[in-house]
Design a protein around this ligand. Structure first.
Ligand SMILES: NC(=O)c1ccc[n+]([C@@H]2O[C@H](COP(=O)([O-])OP(=O)(O)OC[C@H]3O[C@@H](n4cnc5c(N)ncnc54)[C@H](O)[C@@H]3O)[C@@H](O)[C@H]2O)c1
Length: 269
Protein backbone atom coordinates (compact mmCIF):
# COMPACT_ATOMS: atom_id res chain seq x y z
CA UNK A 1 0.00 0.00 0.00
CA UNK A 2 1.24 3.48 -0.82
CA UNK A 3 2.23 5.74 2.09
CA UNK A 4 -0.57 8.24 1.36
CA UNK A 5 -3.21 5.52 1.01
CA UNK A 6 -2.04 3.93 4.25
CA UNK A 7 -2.35 7.22 6.18
CA UNK A 8 -5.70 7.85 4.53
CA UNK A 9 -6.99 4.40 5.62
CA UNK A 10 -5.93 5.13 9.22
CA UNK A 11 -6.77 8.82 9.69
CA UNK A 12 -8.99 9.76 6.73
CA UNK A 13 -12.54 10.87 7.56
CA UNK A 14 -13.87 10.71 3.99
CA UNK A 15 -16.91 8.58 4.75
CA UNK A 16 -17.71 9.99 8.21
CA UNK A 17 -20.62 12.21 9.21
CA UNK A 18 -19.75 14.21 12.30
CA UNK A 19 -22.13 16.21 14.50
CA UNK A 20 -20.42 19.02 16.45
CA UNK A 21 -22.19 20.98 19.21
CA UNK A 22 -21.03 24.51 20.05
CA UNK A 23 -19.48 24.34 16.58
CA UNK A 24 -19.06 28.08 16.03
CA UNK A 25 -17.07 28.80 19.23
CA UNK A 26 -13.28 29.11 19.37
CA UNK A 27 -12.50 25.43 19.91
CA UNK A 28 -15.59 24.14 18.07
CA UNK A 29 -14.73 26.07 14.89
CA UNK A 30 -11.10 24.90 14.85
CA UNK A 31 -12.14 21.28 15.37
CA UNK A 32 -14.95 21.50 12.79
CA UNK A 33 -12.61 22.96 10.16
CA UNK A 34 -9.96 20.35 10.90
CA UNK A 35 -12.44 17.46 10.62
CA UNK A 36 -13.81 18.85 7.35
CA UNK A 37 -10.29 19.25 5.93
CA UNK A 38 -9.65 15.58 6.83
CA UNK A 39 -12.64 14.69 4.62
CA UNK A 40 -15.63 14.50 6.99
CA UNK A 41 -19.05 15.98 6.35
CA UNK A 42 -19.59 18.14 9.41
CA UNK A 43 -22.99 19.08 10.87
CA UNK A 44 -22.36 22.38 12.65
CA UNK A 45 -24.84 22.66 15.53
CA UNK A 46 -25.30 25.73 17.70
CA UNK A 47 -27.56 28.35 19.20
CA UNK A 48 -26.61 31.10 16.77
CA UNK A 49 -27.39 29.71 13.37
CA UNK A 50 -25.83 32.71 11.58
CA UNK A 51 -22.42 31.92 13.13
CA UNK A 52 -22.71 28.26 12.09
CA UNK A 53 -23.67 29.37 8.58
CA UNK A 54 -20.65 31.69 8.35
CA UNK A 55 -18.40 28.77 9.37
CA UNK A 56 -20.22 26.51 6.90
CA UNK A 57 -19.45 28.99 4.09
CA UNK A 58 -15.79 29.15 5.15
CA UNK A 59 -15.49 25.34 5.15
CA UNK A 60 -17.22 25.04 1.78
CA UNK A 61 -15.01 27.77 0.27
CA UNK A 62 -12.01 25.65 1.31
CA UNK A 63 -13.51 22.61 -0.45
CA UNK A 64 -15.00 20.93 2.65
CA UNK A 65 -18.51 19.67 3.38
CA UNK A 66 -20.65 21.19 6.14
CA UNK A 67 -24.21 22.12 7.07
CA UNK A 68 -25.77 24.22 9.84
CA UNK A 69 -28.38 23.13 12.39
CA UNK A 70 -30.08 24.87 15.31
CA UNK A 71 -29.33 23.38 18.73
CA UNK A 72 -29.52 24.79 22.25
CA UNK A 73 -28.20 21.94 24.39
CA UNK A 74 -29.74 23.55 27.50
CA UNK A 75 -33.20 23.22 25.93
CA UNK A 76 -34.37 19.63 25.86
CA UNK A 77 -36.97 20.38 23.17
CA UNK A 78 -34.27 21.29 20.61
CA UNK A 79 -32.09 18.19 21.04
CA UNK A 80 -34.08 15.41 19.36
CA UNK A 81 -35.20 17.57 16.40
CA UNK A 82 -31.58 18.57 15.73
CA UNK A 83 -30.25 15.01 15.95
CA UNK A 84 -33.12 13.74 13.73
CA UNK A 85 -32.47 16.51 11.18
CA UNK A 86 -28.77 15.63 10.90
CA UNK A 87 -29.44 11.86 10.77
CA UNK A 88 -32.06 12.39 8.08
CA UNK A 89 -29.86 14.68 5.98
CA UNK A 90 -26.84 12.34 5.98
CA UNK A 91 -28.50 8.97 6.66
CA UNK A 92 -26.23 8.39 9.67
CA UNK A 93 -24.10 9.98 12.39
CA UNK A 94 -20.66 8.36 12.75
CA UNK A 95 -19.08 10.69 15.26
CA UNK A 96 -20.31 13.15 17.90
CA UNK A 97 -18.22 15.99 19.31
CA UNK A 98 -19.76 17.59 22.42
CA UNK A 99 -18.03 20.98 22.49
CA UNK A 100 -20.75 23.37 23.76
CA UNK A 101 -19.86 24.71 27.19
CA UNK A 102 -20.14 27.73 29.47
CA UNK A 103 -18.40 28.93 32.62
CA UNK A 104 -18.77 31.70 35.18
CA UNK A 105 -16.04 32.30 37.73
CA UNK A 106 -17.27 32.99 41.28
CA UNK A 107 -16.62 31.85 44.82
CA UNK A 108 -18.51 28.73 45.81
CA UNK A 109 -20.16 30.50 48.76
CA UNK A 110 -21.67 32.99 46.30
CA UNK A 111 -22.97 30.63 43.63
CA UNK A 112 -26.69 31.02 43.07
CA UNK A 113 -29.04 28.39 41.76
CA UNK A 114 -29.57 30.15 38.42
CA UNK A 115 -25.83 30.10 37.60
CA UNK A 116 -25.48 26.55 38.88
CA UNK A 117 -28.36 25.44 36.64
CA UNK A 118 -27.05 27.30 33.56
CA UNK A 119 -23.60 25.70 33.81
CA UNK A 120 -24.91 22.22 34.68
CA UNK A 121 -27.72 22.35 32.09
CA UNK A 122 -25.23 23.18 29.33
CA UNK A 123 -22.06 21.32 30.30
CA UNK A 124 -23.57 18.19 31.85
CA UNK A 125 -27.31 17.67 31.33
CA UNK A 126 -27.33 18.93 27.75
CA UNK A 127 -24.23 16.92 26.88
CA UNK A 128 -25.82 13.83 28.46
CA UNK A 129 -29.03 14.00 26.46
CA UNK A 130 -27.42 15.02 23.14
CA UNK A 131 -25.19 11.98 23.58
CA UNK A 132 -28.12 9.73 24.43
CA UNK A 133 -30.03 10.87 21.33
CA UNK A 134 -27.00 10.37 19.05
CA UNK A 135 -25.99 7.08 20.71
CA UNK A 136 -29.46 5.68 19.94
CA UNK A 137 -28.75 6.33 16.24
CA UNK A 138 -25.26 4.80 16.55
CA UNK A 139 -26.75 1.77 18.32
CA UNK A 140 -28.90 1.05 15.25
CA UNK A 141 -25.73 0.80 13.12
CA UNK A 142 -23.54 -0.76 15.87
CA UNK A 143 -20.84 1.79 15.20
CA UNK A 144 -19.77 5.20 16.44
CA UNK A 145 -17.26 7.40 18.23
CA UNK A 146 -18.22 9.97 20.86
CA UNK A 147 -15.80 12.71 21.87
CA UNK A 148 -16.58 14.93 24.85
CA UNK A 149 -14.67 18.11 25.59
CA UNK A 150 -13.56 18.04 29.21
CA UNK A 151 -11.16 20.56 30.75
CA UNK A 152 -8.05 21.05 32.84
CA UNK A 153 -10.67 21.55 35.58
CA UNK A 154 -11.81 17.94 35.36
CA UNK A 155 -8.61 17.14 37.31
CA UNK A 156 -6.70 20.26 38.34
CA UNK A 157 -9.21 22.60 39.94
CA UNK A 158 -8.85 26.35 39.60
CA UNK A 159 -10.43 28.61 42.20
CA UNK A 160 -13.82 30.08 41.33
CA UNK A 161 -14.74 27.17 39.06
CA UNK A 162 -16.59 24.91 41.49
CA UNK A 163 -19.66 24.33 39.30
CA UNK A 164 -17.72 24.17 36.04
CA UNK A 165 -15.15 21.78 37.56
CA UNK A 166 -17.87 19.52 38.96
CA UNK A 167 -19.61 19.48 35.57
CA UNK A 168 -16.41 18.73 33.64
CA UNK A 169 -15.42 15.98 36.11
CA UNK A 170 -18.92 14.62 35.53
CA UNK A 171 -18.30 14.71 31.77
CA UNK A 172 -15.22 12.50 32.19
CA UNK A 173 -17.10 10.11 34.51
CA UNK A 174 -19.91 9.97 31.95
CA UNK A 175 -17.33 9.26 29.22
CA UNK A 176 -16.27 6.16 31.18
CA UNK A 177 -19.92 5.05 31.55
CA UNK A 178 -20.42 5.43 27.81
CA UNK A 179 -17.31 3.35 27.13
CA UNK A 180 -18.37 0.60 29.56
CA UNK A 181 -21.99 0.36 28.38
CA UNK A 182 -21.62 0.94 24.65
CA UNK A 183 -18.42 -0.92 23.65
CA UNK A 184 -20.54 -4.03 23.08
CA UNK A 185 -22.44 -2.09 20.39
CA UNK A 186 -19.31 -0.92 18.57
CA UNK A 187 -19.47 2.57 20.08
CA UNK A 188 -16.35 4.19 21.58
CA UNK A 189 -16.21 7.24 23.86
CA UNK A 190 -13.30 9.44 24.87
CA UNK A 191 -12.71 12.94 26.15
CA UNK A 192 -10.31 15.63 25.05
CA UNK A 193 -9.43 17.80 28.04
CA UNK A 194 -7.89 21.05 26.84
CA UNK A 195 -5.51 22.90 29.14
CA UNK A 196 -5.32 26.68 28.91
CA UNK A 197 -6.29 27.48 25.35
CA UNK A 198 -6.24 30.99 23.93
CA UNK A 199 -9.66 31.79 22.48
CA UNK A 200 -11.73 34.97 22.33
CA UNK A 201 -13.21 33.87 25.65
CA UNK A 202 -9.85 33.53 27.44
CA UNK A 203 -8.00 36.44 25.75
CA UNK A 204 -8.76 38.62 28.80
CA UNK A 205 -6.94 36.15 31.08
CA UNK A 206 -3.91 35.98 28.78
CA UNK A 207 -3.79 39.81 28.71
CA UNK A 208 -4.04 40.04 32.51
CA UNK A 209 -0.97 41.33 34.41
CA UNK A 210 -1.00 38.67 37.17
CA UNK A 211 -3.12 35.80 35.82
CA UNK A 212 -1.11 35.32 32.62
CA UNK A 213 2.30 34.94 34.36
CA UNK A 214 0.72 32.62 37.00
CA UNK A 215 -0.57 30.33 34.26
CA UNK A 216 2.62 30.49 32.16
CA UNK A 217 4.66 29.52 35.21
CA UNK A 218 2.57 26.35 35.63
CA UNK A 219 2.71 25.19 32.01
CA UNK A 220 5.88 23.30 31.03
CA UNK A 221 5.76 24.91 27.56
CA UNK A 222 5.23 28.35 29.16
CA UNK A 223 2.52 29.40 26.73
CA UNK A 224 -1.20 28.99 26.06
CA UNK A 225 -2.40 26.37 23.62
CA UNK A 226 -4.20 27.29 20.41
CA UNK A 227 -7.51 25.72 19.29
CA UNK A 228 -5.76 24.30 16.19
CA UNK A 229 -3.50 22.27 18.49
CA UNK A 230 -6.52 20.15 19.51
CA UNK A 231 -7.25 19.13 15.92
CA UNK A 232 -4.75 16.25 15.71
CA UNK A 233 -6.35 14.46 18.68
CA UNK A 234 -9.83 15.24 17.30
CA UNK A 235 -8.98 13.58 13.97
CA UNK A 236 -7.38 10.62 15.75
CA UNK A 237 -10.44 9.99 17.97
CA UNK A 238 -12.87 10.42 15.06
CA UNK A 239 -10.91 8.09 12.79
CA UNK A 240 -10.42 4.34 12.64
CA UNK A 241 -6.83 4.85 13.87
CA UNK A 242 -8.32 4.96 17.41
CA UNK A 243 -10.27 1.70 17.01
CA UNK A 244 -8.98 0.31 20.35
CA UNK A 245 -9.20 3.59 22.30
CA UNK A 246 -12.17 4.10 24.61
CA UNK A 247 -12.97 5.40 28.09
CA UNK A 248 -10.06 7.83 28.45
CA UNK A 249 -9.64 11.58 28.86
CA UNK A 250 -6.65 12.95 26.94
CA UNK A 251 -5.22 16.15 28.40
CA UNK A 252 -3.76 18.45 25.78
CA UNK A 253 -2.17 21.06 28.00
CA UNK A 254 1.44 21.80 27.03
CA UNK A 255 2.52 19.99 30.20
CA UNK A 256 0.34 21.65 32.82
CA UNK A 257 -0.88 18.71 34.90
CA UNK A 258 2.47 16.91 34.81
CA UNK A 259 4.10 19.04 37.53
CA UNK A 260 6.57 21.89 37.77
CA UNK A 261 9.80 23.18 39.31
CA UNK A 262 9.21 25.66 42.15
CA UNK A 263 12.98 26.29 42.60
CA UNK A 264 16.11 27.17 40.64
CA UNK A 265 18.59 24.28 40.41
CA UNK A 266 22.10 23.77 39.05
CA UNK A 267 22.53 22.28 35.61
CA UNK A 268 25.60 21.48 33.50
CA UNK A 269 23.94 22.79 30.33
N1 LIG B 1 -10.72 27.85 26.07
C1 LIG B 1 -10.20 27.06 26.99
O1 LIG B 1 -9.11 27.33 27.54
C2 LIG B 1 -10.90 25.79 27.38
C3 LIG B 1 -10.21 24.93 28.25
C4 LIG B 1 -10.82 23.74 28.62
C5 LIG B 1 -12.07 23.41 28.13
N2 LIG B 1 -12.72 24.26 27.30
C6 LIG B 1 -14.03 23.81 26.81
O2 LIG B 1 -14.02 23.83 25.39
C7 LIG B 1 -15.34 24.06 24.91
C8 LIG B 1 -15.33 25.22 23.93
O3 LIG B 1 -14.89 26.39 24.61
P1 LIG B 1 -14.29 27.69 23.87
O4 LIG B 1 -13.10 28.10 24.63
O5 LIG B 1 -14.20 27.44 22.42
O6 LIG B 1 -15.41 28.75 24.24
P2 LIG B 1 -16.47 29.49 23.30
O7 LIG B 1 -17.33 30.30 24.18
O8 LIG B 1 -15.76 30.15 22.17
O9 LIG B 1 -17.31 28.25 22.72
C9 LIG B 1 -18.36 27.66 23.41
C10 LIG B 1 -19.44 27.39 22.40
O10 LIG B 1 -20.51 26.71 23.05
C11 LIG B 1 -21.70 27.32 22.62
N3 LIG B 1 -22.76 27.11 23.59
C12 LIG B 1 -22.85 27.59 24.85
N4 LIG B 1 -24.03 27.23 25.40
C13 LIG B 1 -24.69 26.51 24.45
C14 LIG B 1 -25.95 25.89 24.39
N5 LIG B 1 -26.80 25.94 25.42
N6 LIG B 1 -26.30 25.23 23.27
C15 LIG B 1 -25.48 25.18 22.21
N7 LIG B 1 -24.27 25.77 22.20
C16 LIG B 1 -23.89 26.43 23.30
C17 LIG B 1 -21.36 28.80 22.46
O11 LIG B 1 -22.33 29.46 21.68
C18 LIG B 1 -20.01 28.68 21.79
O12 LIG B 1 -20.15 28.53 20.40
C19 LIG B 1 -16.21 24.28 26.15
O13 LIG B 1 -16.85 23.07 26.52
C20 LIG B 1 -15.20 24.69 27.21
O14 LIG B 1 -15.66 24.39 28.51
C21 LIG B 1 -12.16 25.44 26.91
Amino acid sequence: MEQKTYLQSLFGLDVKTILVTGAAGGIGAAISKGLAMAGAEVALCGRTLAKCQALEAEIQAAGGKASSHYLDVARMDTIQPCVDEVAQQYGKIDVLFNVAGVNKREGLLDVEEADYDRIMDTNMKGLYFVTQAVARKMYERKSGSIVNIGSHNDEGMLGGCSVYGAAKSGVVAFTRSLAVELAQYGIRANAISPGHILTELTQVTWDHPTRAPWLRERIAMKRPGYPEELVGMAILLASDASAYMTGQAYHIDGGCLCGGAPWEYDTKY
